[in-house]
Design a protein around this ligand. Structure first.
Ligand code: ATP
Ligand code: MG
Length: 553
């Protein structure tokens, strides 16, 4: 087994040796060794071919970083909010801020006004970097302190500047030294969690967290495909850089390893199937809804994926059947990872285990875990369900402006309470995610994991996406699992299909695959779209709101 379990303490550890973590800042770790004349391509935009080299990225980052200090009058330790889509500018902005020693808060530029305002009020940034097309939204969220916007034209409005106006001259930028915090526990990033269970939380990620995280991942044999042939990493990304997976698992990982990152926006199965062979992609980062959409695309084949060595998937549950089918279609294994914004990005990874389909693998090097009973808080025996607790240098420092929640998230012995329910295979030491503690449906005393039922539902050929929530049945005093189903394009076009007959067919299908207590007794509803967040998660809180409005009207 890849996991060591101590029966006395209930602590699991990785059998892989912990990495040697350099004592340095995020900037120096990723770009410190790059020279200004390095012509190697760093980031390419798939749709336009626009590319920035490593040398240019470093120079631009230092010019803008120095400009943020000298022209925008920021000081190391100040917070800025970057609310941008994945782009070359995004990379320049965050690396510039890291060069200058700023704390970089991140937000989805497409956030609704309420969410944007929430994050803004939480992190209280000195400046906001936002694209000019999002200025209206920012103004609507009463954000007034944006001094920087991404546009090359002067807008002539008070306080609004373009990046071009803030660049320091080349010579000073090249001569300037990057900021090195005296204490590496200083905050580098303030990413927002996905906001799946409520409003997003701003999470404090230190330089040490991020440098440790990447070192841990790179210590997993075969985590990146270069181990196979020494070839350069060529990663396709369509996940947002403002979220942990895109930021750490893709942008910083690629910069650290001097690979090339290809940004595909927006993601469509068709554009992906074209981009992969065109750019000879060897690694792709996925989230489950994108993966299932891709698998229904006729263009997906072993040929399209001929150069791909590594497909990673995380952020939400993925079942064994889908993994097996993907392998059949493409000849490439999907390697799952599990993580949270609070863990910088990851805690468990399939590459660190024997890769049983459907499992999220084993602990990554340098990480400890416990699995505890949710009521007694005592460790459960391997094989039994419990809440996953994690300890390691990638664990965040706390939530911004929320000491109560921070305190409640840690046990007395310093483990972080993830809120996820897991089991550990006693033979292989591999972890499987059941669902979030808060999402479990209780049917007559049995626990039903919505994620499990959703996996079964999407394996039905007529279903494109599905979300399961509990519906309270007053008469019987219990929750009943009910499903919201988005039909596949094919099924939607078959006008003759009656909704009633379809619901019956789906119900029977589920009954043939799951045990008695998991049957969809709460009903099956058809919807145009199952709500999915930017980081690829089903927003069950929104689904519950849909259910409520159905029940009321
Ligand atoms: P919020 O905390 O704001 O409600 P969130 O928890 O979805 O949102 P993230 O930090 O992006 O925000 O996501 C972490 C969560 O994603 C984990 O707690 C877990 O429930 C889920 N998750 C991540 N990877 C996997 C995976 N491979 N399988 C199942 N669930 C996963
Ligand atoms: Mg969370």
């Amino acid at each position: 087994p890849f996991t060591v379990y101590n029966h006395k303490t209930g602590i699991y550890a990785s059998r892989l040796p912990p990495p040697k973590v350099p004592l340095t800042s995020v900037y120096d770790f990723c770009l410190g060794n790059v020279s200004f004349d390095d012509a190697g391509a760093a980031i390419t935009i798939c749709s336009t071919g626009q590319t920035i080299s490593y040398g240019q990225l470093k120079l631009r980052s230092q010019q803008f970083g120095l400009g943020l200090l000298t022209k925008a009058k920021l000081k190391p330790g100040d917070t800025i909010l970057v609310a941008l889509h994945s782009s070359i500018d995004f990379a320049v902005c965050v690396m510039a801020a890291q060069f200058a020693g700023l704390q970089v808060a991140l937000a989805n530029p497409d956030y609704a006004r309420r969410e944007l305002k929430h994050v803004y009020n939480l992190v209280k940034p000195k400046k906001v970097i936002i694209h000019s097309t999002h200025l209206g939204r920012a103004a609507a969220a009463s954000i007034k302190t944006f001094t920087v916007v991404l546009t090359d034209t002067k807008l002539g409005r008070g306080g609004v500047l373009s990046i071009g106006e803030l660049l320091a001259d080349e010579a000073s930028a090249k001569a300037a030294k990057s900021y090195m915090p005296g204490d590496l526990n200083t905050t580098a990033y303030l990413p927002s969690s996905s906001g799946t269970t409520g409003l997003p939380k701003a999470v404090q990620i230190s330089h040490k967290n991020l440098v440790s995280m990447l070192s841990m991942n790179l210590n997993i044999p075969g985590y990146i495909p270069d181990a196979l042939s020494g070839e350069q990493l060529r990663v396709l990304t369509f996940l947002p850089f403002f979220h942990a997976i895109g930021l750490v698992g893709q942008l910083h990982l690629v910069l650290k390893t001097r690979g090339q990152l290809f940004i595909l926006r927006p993601f469509t199965p068709d554009s992906l199937c074209k981009a992969v062979p065109e750019h000879k992609i060897n690694m792709i980062g996925m989230v489950p809804p994108a993966l299932t959409k891709l698998m229904k695309h006729p263009g997906l084949s072993r040929d399209t994926f001929a150069t791909v060595k590594n497909v990673r998937c995380g952020g939400a549950p993925l079942d064994a059947e889908t993994e097996a089918k993907f392998l059949q279609l493409t000849g490439v294994e999907v390697k799952q990872g599990w993580g949270m914004t609070e863990l910088t990005v990851a805690g468990l990874d399939a590459s660190s285990g024997q890769q049983t389909p459907g499992s999220v693998g084993c602990l990554i090097p340098g990480t400890l875990a416990k699995v505890v009973d949710v009521s007694t808080r005592e460790p459960v025996e391997p094989g039994q369900r419990g809440e996953l607790l994690i300890k390691g240098d990638q664990v965040f420092r706390g939530y911004v402006s929320n000491p109560e929640e921070t305190k409640a998230s840690f046990t007395e012995d310093g483990f972080f309470r993830t809120g996820d329910i897991v089991t550990v295979d006693p033979r292989t030491g591999e972890f499987s995610i059941v669902d979030r503690l808060k999402e479990l449906i209780k049917y007559q005393g049995y626990q039903v994991a919505p994620a499990d039922l959703e996996g079964v539902l999407i394996s039905h050929p007529k279903i494109a996406a599905a979300a399961v929530v509990g519906r309270y049945d007053k008469e019987n005093g219990t929750e009943l699992p009910c499903a919201f189903v988005e039909l596949s394009v094919d099924a939607q076009q078959q006008q003759h299909l009656s909704k009633h007959a379809l619901a019956e067919e789906i119900d029977q299908f589920v009954r043939s695959k799951v045990s008695h207590h998991k049957f969809l007794r709460g009903g099956i509803y058809f919807v145009d779209k199952v709500p999915v967040g930017a980081s690829g998660k089903i927003l069950r809180k929104d689904v519950r709101a849909m259910l409520k409005s159905l029940e009321q009207g």
